[in-house]
Design a protein around this ligand. Structure first.
Ligand SMILES: [Zn+2]
Ligand SMILES: [Zn+2]
Length: 243
């Protein structure tokens, strides 16, 4: 209790020094905001959720484009909130960037709330456990946090589902300039299962959380590792998929 009161106090002080800004347009927001988006950006975000995929014409929430090389079928299903073009300057791109660089609680709470209300009802399995694609040590040092872990913590708080810390990340995380094949090779050597973590996921339906899915190399590699260690199914949750 003391801890949570202390945390609230710290947050309050932080908000006073650094007033919250909208995750989409960076405008100043009221101190008591309960949404990471301002009303205008919230409207845009809701519109993005209702778009259709440019490739397959399906509603973006139901599109299955983008993980063509999951040849071992390690991923049972893949769920995301929105799709975006990396070259376009949208509020989605800015939200993702903010998640990587900002430690503001409201940001994670908003995204976790979205995942909880939009993605969870679509899952037809029980025996769920949460895990996440870990950030590289170099990026944790650079940005001061692991954004996928923070998102997973918020989602665990909302859903009451436990987190299993299963995966480790070693090596170079900068995949931006790599092509599909290079990304696959990079993911292959960068991610591993944490030793001794096997019995946490044995027979469970694992929800694997990440911020963005670009080529699917990372989630496919992680899903394969989880399946090899006994996960019954791997369900991938991301905020956005790139097109
Ligand atoms: Zn805004
Ligand atoms: Zn599609």
């Amino acid at each position: 209790m003391v801890d949570s009161n202390f945390r609230k106090l710290i947050n309050k002080a932080h908000n006073l020094i650094f007033p919250p800004r909208c995750a989409g347009c960076s405008d100043l927001m009221p101190l008591n905001s309960t949404d990471a988006f301002c009303p205008k950006c919230r409207e845009k975000w809701e519109m993005h959720k209702r778009e259709t995929c440019r490739r397959c014409g399906q509603p973006v929430s139901e599109c299955w484009c983008g993980i063509p090389f999951d040849k071992d079928r390690c991923i049972t299903n893949e769920y995301h909130l929105v799709q975006y073009d990396k070259k376009a300057d949208t509020i989605i791109k800015r939200l993702i960037y903010k998640m990587k660089s900002s430690r503001r609680n409201l940001l994670y709470y908003t995204v976790a709330q979205e995942m909880y209300t939009e993605l969870f009802p679509r899952i037809e399995y029980t025996d769920l456990i949460l895990t996440y694609v870990p950030r590289s040590k170099a990026n944790i040092t650079k940005y001061g946090h692991d954004h996928a872990l923070r998102l997973t913590l918020s989602l665990s708080e909302l859903s009451g589902i436990e987190i299993a810390h299963m995966l480790s990340h070693s090596g170079n995380s900068n995949q931006k300039k790599l092509n599909v094949l290079q990304r696959q090779q990079n993911a292959q050597k960068s991610y591993n299962i944490i030793k001794g973590a096997k019995n946490l996921i044995n027979g469970k339906n694992v929800i694997l959380i990440d911020d963005v899915m670009t080529t699917g190399s990372t989630v496919t590699r992680c899903a394969k590792l989880l399946k090899l260690r006994g996960a019954r199914r791997v369900l991938v949750f991301t905020v956005a998929k790139t097109i």
